[in-house]
Design a protein. Structure first.
Length: 85
C-alpha cells in the first residue's frame, strides 16, 4: 500500500475536519468541501485556503531571497571598500 494511502487516512480537512481525504495523482481532496489540496515535494499543503496560502508563502520566499541578495551585495561592497575582497 503506498504511503499516500496510509497518510490520507490520518489527515483531516483543515476546513471541516472530515476524514479521510482522498488521494489522486499525489494530491489530496476533501469530498465534503469539494476542495483540492496540492502536494509540494510530496508534502500535503493542508491549509483552509490552499491557493491563497501558497501565494502568501511564495511572496514571503521572494522577499527573503531579495533581502539575501541585497545583504550579499552590501557585504561585498563593504569588503571591496575595506580592501578585504
Amino acid at each position: 500500500m503506498p504511503v499516500e494511502n496510509n497518510l490520507s487516512e490520518l489527515l483531516a480537512c483543515p476546513r471541516c475536519d472530515k476524514t479521510p481525504l482522498t488521494v489522486k495523482d499525489g494530491n489530496y481532496r476533501c469530498e465534503a468541501c469539494k476542495i483540492d489540496f496540492p502536494s509540494l515535494d510530496e508534502i500535503p499543503w493542508l491549509f483552509a485556503e490552499p491557493d491563497a496560502s501558497l501565494g502568501e508563502w511564495r511572496n514571503r520566499l521572494h522577499f527573503a531571497l531579495q533581502q539575501l541578495s541585497n545583504d550579499s551585495q552590501r557585504i561585498k561592497a563593504e569588503l571591496i571598500a575595506d580592501d578585504l575582497g
